[in-house]
Each structure stands twice: as C-alpha cells, then as structure tokens.
Design a protein around this ligand. Structure first.
Ligand code: HEM
Length: 142
C-alpha cells in the first residue's frame, strides 16, 4: 500500500521529455528507496547522519520534483557535493546506491518513467563522482 505524500503541491504533475510523473509517483519511489537504504547492511552505515527519516524523504522528494521541473514548495537549498564528500561518498557506494535505486524504480514505475529516471540518476551520479574527486584532491593537498 502506498502512503499519501504528506506535502503535495497544487500543480501535482510534471513532464520530462514527454514522460509524466505525478508528485505521488516521486514520493512513492523515494519513500520506498530510503526504507530499503535503512535495511541495507552497507548503505545504512553511510546514512547514519540522518535522524529524521520522514523529513529526509520529504526533502529528497522535493529535490527530484524540482529537478523534473516542478514548482518549488520547500527550500531549494541543496548542497549535495559537500554533504556527500563528508558522508564518505565513493565509487563502490555509488554503484550500490544506483543498483538499489534502479530496482526501486523498476518496482514502482512504468517502463518509460523508470528508464528516464535511471538515465537522470546516472548522470547526477557521474557528476557527483567528478566533483567528489576534485574535493579529495583539494583536501589531500592541505
Ligand atoms: C546518483 C546518486 C545520488 C543522488 C542523486 C543523491 C542525492 C542526494 C541529495 C539531493 C541529498 C540532499 C543533499 C542536501 O541536503 O543538501 C542527499 C543526501 C545524502 N546522501 Fe545522497 N545521493 C546519491 C548517492 C549517494 C551515495 C552513494 C551515498 C553514500 C555515501 C549518499 C549518501 C547521502 C547522505 C548520507 C545524505 C544525507 C546527508 C545529511 O543530510 O546528513 N548519497 N543525497
């Protein structure tokens, strides 16, 4: 059973490259995914800084919602590069994160939605990796 998304914007659908997502679709994926993260023996350790899971899930639902072009309804300040660097982000963790995320997309969405979101998540993952490498180099110089 899906839970109702606690914060739903008035305009509650977005379209990315002709593929439509309801706000509730995004919430269902994110809620399910972070429940899986909490059960994962390795990724749960990386996420030990998160104490308020419902708040994290709402914040990340909003992140994807605005990423897909939806109107912001929470603060839009995200600082993923620094946060990931300090959470110990690396290639292996990213592969595991993506594996779990893509499985959740397949379980929750239509083929078209899942395919598109996989591509977008891989692109963000690559960009996080490159920036994380730059941080690593900067910090190791000090
Ligand atoms: C494509 C892959 C990923 C995406 C799109 C993503 C996205 C995000 C975003 C948007 C946030 C919120 C940042 C903020 O509040 O400013 C976040 C937080 C977080 N991510 Fe990721 N993430 C990815 C992979 C990973 C991986 C591999 C790890 C493992 C280290 C990770 C660990 C975390 C943690 C621990 C937080 C919470 C930080 C905190 O608020 O204390 N993420 N992620």
């Amino acid at each position: 059973m899906n839970k109702k998304s606690p914060l739903e914007p008035e305009l509650n659908t977005v379209a990315v490259n002709g593929v439509t997502f309801r706000h509730q679709d995004i919430y269902n994926v994110i809620d399910d995914f972070y429940n899986r993260i909490q059960q994962d023996s390795i990724l749960s350790v990386s996420f030990r800084s998160v104490h308020d899971w419902p708040e994290h899930i709402e914040r990340l639902t909003h992140f994807w919602w605005i990423r897909f072009g939806g109107h912001p309804y929470l603060s839009t300040e995200y600082n993923p590069v620094t946060k990931h660097f300090f959470a110990g982000f690396n290639h292996n963790l990213l592969e595991r994160w993506l594996g779990l995320f893509h499985q959740t997309l397949d379980d929750r969405l239509t083929l078209q939605q899942s395919h598109l979101w996989k591509l977008i998540s891989e692109r963000i993952g690559n960009s996080l990796s490159i920036k994380n490498e730059m941080y690593l180099r900067q910090y190791s110089k000090k």
